[in-house]
Structure formats: structure tokens, C-alpha cells
Design a protein around this ligand. Structure first.
Ligand SMILES: [Zn+2]
Ligand SMILES: [Zn+2]
Length: 254
């Protein structure tokens, strides 16, 4: 099958024509990839982040089940459209996180976890097929198009901000960054927080205007923008610009 990545011994990433189709183990499904999204993490890996990465890149996908093995395989008949959680946990009996019974803890704190197409995992979504544990798969409802479903992973990353319960009702919240993640975080915030006091801060008005909600205040940064350091209770940084982080967070010494 075709796949985009870097084989062991290769110095650069490229489209490979002869990648073996992965074989699903017990408890896994073979999935044919319909669409895969390109994330900033992928671009950074190609540029040199996680220099040791070898294999097929990609972690945002929607696909259809080709075959499934295991107890819950009945939930995933051939042809079922699915998306997948990218943290692949070890489920070992000696893993505290995996045995905690807390799904959030397991997903985020299994010390042996692999991350699809990013970390300790070499068969990502920029390929025709991938394998995934059945416990990571979610069926896509018919009413959701594949183009929308392909956004599930970055949308889930945005939901993680809310899931951490760090934001209290009435908090003044700023999201810095008008890239895809910043916009998704702002969107999730509007959908889930009743007492909403959100300001989106970025440099690109046209990107910020993609969010039409009038619940969101917007500040377009230019060289003269001045924002008092105590303007917000919570600042969510969704930009790779470390300078921005210092400007907003340094005065609080956090
Ligand atoms: Zn990503
Ligand atoms: Zn584990």
C-alpha cells in the first residue's frame, strides 16, 4: 500500500509505494483510511521534531472497518465508518493507569502508551490502511459527513481543555492563537460553558471571523496592542509562539 513517512535508514519523509498492509492483532481492527487530516504536529515532525520518528505519519483520520478481531468486534461490522482515539494504551496488569478503572486517566497517563503516527507507533493514518484497538474506535453516525468526522481528533484535543475542569463559571478566559486548535477551543468553550467570558486573541482577523459566534470577544493583535496583564483569569495558549506565552504568563510567575 502507499504511505507517507520515513522508513528506517531514510533521511527524509516521502511517499512510499510498498508499505506492507498491517495485520490486526486480537482486539484490533483493520481500517481503510478514507480521509486524513494534516496537523501542525505532522509538519513539525517532518521538519525534525521527534527526530527519531520512523514509519508512517498521521493521526487524524476517518475510515471504514475492513475486519475486526475480538470480543467487541460485533460492534464494528465490515464497512462501518469509524474514527479513533490516538492514545493506544498498554492495558497491562501492572500498569496503574490502565488498571485504575478511570478512562481519562488511562488515556492520558498510561506510561507505556503509543500515540498513533507520533510516538512509539509507526503505522499512522497517512496510508491506505491502519490497525487500531477496538477500544479506541468510535462509530461515526450516518448524519456526520466524513469531512466533518476527520476533525474528531483535533476537536477532542480542544474538548480536553474543558475536561480538565480548570475553568470556573465567571472566569475571564483568553485563547491565544487563531489557528485551527485555537478556533476549535473557542468553539468548544462556547458550546459547553454557560457563563461564557471568552476572548480570542490572534493576528489574523480573517481566520478569527471563521467563528461567527457573537459570544466571543476578539482582539486582533498588532504591534500597538496593549493588554493589561491581569485581564484574564485563565489563558489558554494555542500557538507555538513562545514569546506570546511569556508576555501573558510571566507576570503571574506560573
Ligand atoms: Zn494533531
Ligand atoms: Zn498502561
Amino acid at each position: 500500500m502507499r504511505g507517507y513517512g520515513r522508513a528506517v535508514g531514510d533521511t527524509a519523509f516521502h511517499l512510499q509505494q510498498d508499505v506492507p498492509v498491517p495485520k490486526p492483532n486480537q482486539g484490533e481492527a483493520l481500517v481503510r483510511v478514507l480521509l486524513a487530516g494534516i496537523c501542525a504536529t505532522d509538519l513539525e515532525i517532518v521538519k525534525g521534531y521527534k527526530a527519531g520518528f520512523h514509519g508512517i505519519l498521521g493521526h487524524e483520520f476517518v475510515g471504514t472497518v475492513v475486519s475486526a478481531n475480538g470480543d467487541s468486534s460485533g460492534a464494528f461490522p465490515t464497512g462501518t465508518r469509524v474514527v479513533g482515539e490516538i492514545n493506544i494504551c498498554c492495558s497491562r496488569v501492572d500498569c496503574r493507569a490502565c488498571q485504575s478503572g478511570d478512562l481519562v486517566l488511562k488515556r492520558n497517563h498510561c506510561e507505556n502508551r503509543k500515540v498513533l503516527g507520533i510516538f512509539n507507533h509507526n503505522q499512522g493514518a497517512f496510508s491506505e490502511y491502519l490497525t487500531m484497538p477496538l477500544e479506541n474506535l468510535h462509530v461515526v453516525p450516518d448524519k456526520i459527513s466524513s469531512r466533518i468526522a476527520a476533525f474528531t481528533e483535533p476537536f477532542a484535543a480542544a474538548c480536553r481543555i474543558i475536561e480538565q475542569n480548570l475553568i470556573q463559571p465567571g472566569d475571564k478566559v483568553a485563547v491565544i492563537g487563531d489557528g485551527r486548535l485555537g478556533l476549535l477551543i473557542a468553539l468548544v468553550f462556547c458550546l459547553t460553558c454557560e457563563e461564557n467570558n471568552l476572548t480570542l486573541i490572534g493576528k489574523h482577523e480573517e481566520k478569527m471571523n471563521i467563528l461567527e459566534s457573537n459570544q466571543i470577544k476578539k482582539i486582533v493583535l498588532d504591534d500597538d496592542t496593549k493588554i493589561a496583564s491581569d485581564s484574564f483569569d485563565i489563558v489558554i495558549v494555542a500557538t507555538g509562539n513562545i514569546v506570546v506565552l511569556y508576555i501573558f504568563v510571566y507576570p503571574f510567575y506560573t
